[in-house]
Design a protein around this ligand. Structure first.
Ligand code: GTQ
Length: 347
């Protein structure tokens, strides 16, 4: 072998020459390409609603929902500037609809979830049926379904948008169309999907045509009742407190194929055992206040705040009073691909 300097020069020269053929030496990047454990290049982050809300309201005076199509302030991971991503696979934003406004009908292959942060009484329409939204409701607009949003109430309405935009972009599978009118025609009476699918019953001859849930609003009143019931039924899980996942009743899978959604209750003063999983997750605080220590960083949160926990970062949640947290992640995708892992630290 030649002396190190000569050898390094020879290698650099070699890399340059093969670069001309669009080739590169694997041995220079193998450890990065196949890391011994996840080494995410994004960070924990927290958005304080008291700081965010004035800007949201200011955006309401700058542009109408109609002109903007969707008046949203994107929550971008501070370690991924310009990406419009909150994690490498997920998009999140806060959408504002003022009284009397309509966000016009369109459809796209990206799936969306809405988690209602503030306000009551606005609607989302999905493929001809409307649902009225209340704080804490979880609403889906599945892939390629027509959707428009409108606010017939007297107060601003704010929700967290979660979309699989980065995943769809990675596959180059994005398509979108605008509707012919701002508001799509209502063809199905209010409450139909709820009546047909949300009571542990299904229409007798109904067969699912896709992975998406036939329920498109999972109201907070029911979710809260379920959590409350759990607290009476047994002790909390060491890592999660009382945690439920939203489900497509026709399949047992996630309501949206690409995003898992969860709601958890942390009893007063409860501190979770250290936990990590390969799905990075976006949280929205529904009730209470507390803190999460994420990879050693302390995020202090309260009702209506949003925060993000990266893949494989160790997380410990601590509630001051009783607290309720909504979250979403790409876990169903990782599970489909046999990739999802968790580390409960023995608990
Ligand atoms: O409501 O359709 O935050 O298409 C980003 C893209 C919301 C929506 C977003 C969208 C939407």
């Amino acid at each position: 072998m030649a002396a190190p300097a000569t050898r390094n020069n020879a290698r650099r020269d070699f890399y340059e020459r093969i670069g001309g053929l669009s080739m590169a030496p694997l041995w220079e990047s193998l450890h990065q390409l196949v890391p011994p454990a996840p080494a995410p290049r994004y960070r924990p982050a927290h958005w304080d609603y008291d700081k965010v809300r004035p800007f949201l309201m200011e955006s309401g005076a700058l542009i109408t929902a109609k002109e903007a199509v969707r008046r949203v302030l994107i929550l971008e991971n501070p370690a991924m500037p310009g990406s419009a991503c909150i994690t490498p696979t997920l998009y999140a934003g806060l959408q504002l609809i003022l009284p009397g406004e309509v966000a016009p009908a369109h459809r796209h292959t990206q799936s969306a979830l809405r988690f209602i942060v503030e306000g009551d009484g606005a609607y989302t329409a999905v493929d001809g049926e409307r649902t009225i939204m209340h704080e804490g409701d979880f609403v889906i607009t599945p892939t390629w379904t027509w959707h428009d949003h409108g606010n017939d109430s007297s107060k601003p309405m704010v929700w967290l948008d979660g979309l699989d935009i980065p995943l769809v972009a990675m596959f180059n599978a994005g398509f979108a169309e605008n509707g012919e009118s701002d508001e799509q025609a209502v063809t199905t009476p209010l409450g139909t999907s709820d009546a047909r699918f949300a009571s542990g019953l299904l229409p007798v001859d109904w067969k699912p045509a896709r992975q998406t849930s036939p329920i498109f609003n999972y109201p907070y009143a029911r979710t809260r009742e379920a959590l409350q019931g759990l607290t009476r039924a047994g002790p909390p899980d060491a890592c999660h407190g009382y945690k439920l996942r939203y489900v497509n009743p026709a399949s047992g899978g996630a309501p949206i194929a690409t995003m898992g959604t969860y709601m958890q209750l942390l009893p007063k003063g409860f501190e979770t055992a250290a936990y990590r999983a390969t799905d990075g997750a976006v949280f929205s605080v529904v009730e209470g206040e507390g803190q999460s220590t994420v990879g050693g960083e302390v995020l202090r949160w309260k009702k209506r705040d949003q925060f993000v926990v990266p893949s494989w970062a160790s997380v410990v949640h601590k509630a001051r009073g009783e607290a309720v947290l909504f979250s979403f992640s790409d876990r169903p995708v990782q599970e489909k691909l046999d990739l999802w892992r968790e580390d409960r630290g023995g608990k």
